[in-house]
Structures are given as structure tokens and as C-alpha cells.
Design a protein around this ligand. Structure first.
Ligand SMILES: [Zn+2]
Ligand SMILES: [Zn+2]
Length: 272
């Protein structure tokens, strides 16, 4: 059977992160960092009623990733799924109970015929993770809030048809910008956020290998980045070498933006 596998970016950045994934009739969110009301309305516009939500996967407990999570989980009677360190941190921040399911980092579960697993990422949170969702035919890898590139991250994006990856800041803009010296050091640290340049290097490695991919640059900083700059940095780096067919898009900060459907993407062939 042909897989029906779609992903929609609802918001991506420090004022809120939420991605809707639809895999063969199952509906799940990766992070729920907007108000429950905003997420409900975005989902409804995409034809997904909130009571048909099956799970909320969390990357980590920072507020831009969890804001509406507990309320939505209660309303949809859908579990929040993450490792126990993240769930404990979330429980400390929530006033009421919510349905949840512990998934140790690196473990796998299945939903709607899709296999879902988390992998560790370096970030200043309790036990931050990225996610890989495999529908049997298509694979999506999701990693934002990653301070540095690790083998786990390389491995996660290797065969993915959709790579959602952080391009948080331009390193020069960060150092010249208005953040305090302490903030700048925190963002640039190996447990902070991934720069456009680091993201571009990682993608150059990935695209040197076989599988075609759509890339979404995600979690862009409002202060220290711009969509066109992030895209240009990555595309210029990729243009320096032979690459698998690919297209690079930007997930916008504060509104639903890009959508992906397995098998429906047209790729521009690399000219090298
Ligand atoms: Zn974040
Ligand atoms: Zn974070």
C-alpha cells in the first residue's frame, strides 16, 4: 500500500515550535510550543481535528517547545511522549496532570504503521532529543535545538527524505548583535544552538550521499538570522560539491509555512 505521509511546519523558532505529522491516518505533533488554541486552529485549517491527535512527541522542556502540550494532551486524550527526564521537567512546570508515555531515549514505538524513535542531541536541557519517523517508505528526521553536530545526528539524517534541521544564527550576526556576551556564549556553545554555517557543513556531508531530500531550515533566530540568509548559506555550501537531488526551504518562525508529502516533491537536479 502506498504510504500517506505528510508533515506541516506550524511554527519554528524561540517564540514557539510545533510540527504536525500525519502518517497513514495517525496524527502526531512534534513539540507543542504555541498556545493550545493556536495549535488547534492551525490543525483544523489543515483538516485535522484535535481529538484525532494520537500523540505529542517532545524534544525537550524549554517553554518554546511545551507551551500548549499539557492542555492539548488532556483535551485530545493523547499522551505526551518523551524520556522520563523531560516528562519530569514538564510535570514540574504544569499545574494539572496530563496523559503521558515514557519512551527512553533511543527506543522505538509504532503508530499508524510508522516506526518512531528518538535520539540524543546536545542542548542545555534535561535530556533533549531529536526524532526519526519512518513510515516504511518515507523517513523524516527532526532536530532543532542542537548545540553541535554529533554522530547520532549524522546517522539520523542519513537516509531521511525530509530533514528538519536547525539553522539558528549566522555566526557573524550573533557576535555583532545585541545579545549580552553571556547570551552569545550560551547560544554559540556546543549545547546551545546550531549556526547556519554548522548546519550547511552537516548538510554538505549528508547530501554527498545517495538519497534525495527536502531540507527545512528550522528554529531561525529573529535577532541573528534571516530566512534568505540561512537559505543562501546552505545553498552556496551545497553548490560547491556534487549532491543528491535536494530542495532547501525555510520553516517560518510565527506562522504555518512549509508542507511536505512523501513522493510528491519535485527536486532540482544538482548541476555539478
Ligand atoms: Zn527552542
Ligand atoms: Zn531549547
Amino acid at each position: 500500500m502506498e504510504t500517506d505521509f505528510r508533515v506541516h511546519a506550524l511554527a519554528s523558532g524561540s517564540s514557539g515550535n510545533c510540527t504536525l505529522v500525519r502518517a497513514n491516518g495517525a496524527n502526531l505533533l512534534i513539540d507543542a510550543g504555541l498556545s493550545a488554541r493556536a495549535i488547534e486552529s492551525h490543525c483544523r485549517r489543515l483538516g485535522v481535528a484535535i481529538d484525532s491527535l494520537d500523540a505529542i512527541l517532545l524534544t525537550h522542556e524549554h517553554s518554546d517547545h511545551i507551551q500548549g502540550a499539557a492542555t492539548l494532551a488532556r483535551r485530545a486524550k493523547a499522551p505526551i511522549i518523551s524520556n522520563s527526564a523531560t516528562l519530569n521537567a514538564l510535570r514540574e512546570r504544569s499545574t494539572a496532570d496530563f496523559p503521558m508515555q515514557i519512551l527512553p531515549t533511543g527506543d522505538t514505538f509504532t503508530l499508524g504503521g510508522a516506526t518512531i524513535r528518538s535520539f540524543p542531541v546536545p542542548h542545555n536541557a534535561a535530556e533533549p532529543v531529536g526524532w526519526v519517523i519512518d513510515s516504511g517508505q518515507g523517513r523524516v528526521a527532526y532536530a532543532t535545538d542542537v548545540g553541535s553536530v554529533t554522530d547520532n545526528l549524522r546517522e539520523a539524517i542519513r537516509g531521511a527524505h525530509l530533514v528538519v534541521i536547525e539553522a539558528n544564527h549566522d555566526i557573524k550576526w550573533l557576535w555583532k548583535g545585541s545579545y549580552s556576551p553571556q547570551m552569545k556564549a550560551q547560544v554559540a556553545s556546543p549545547v546551545g544552538h546550531l549556526s547556519n554555517e554548522e548546519c550547511a557543513e552537516l548538510l554538505a556531508e549528508r547530501m554527498a550521499e545517495g538519497t534525495a531530500a527536502t531540507v527545512w531550515l528550522a528554529h531561525l533566530s529573529r535577532e541573528n538570522n534571516a530566512p534568505a540568509l540561512a537559505k543562501r548559506t546552505v545553498e552556496e555550501r551545497l553548490a560547491k560539491q556534487p549532491c543528491a537531488p535536494h530542495c532547501v526551504e525555510v520553516a517560518l518562525r510565527d506562522q504555518p509555512s512549509v508542507s511536505w508529502r512523501y513522493g510528491a516533491q519535485a527536486f532540482q537536479m544538482s548541476l555539478l
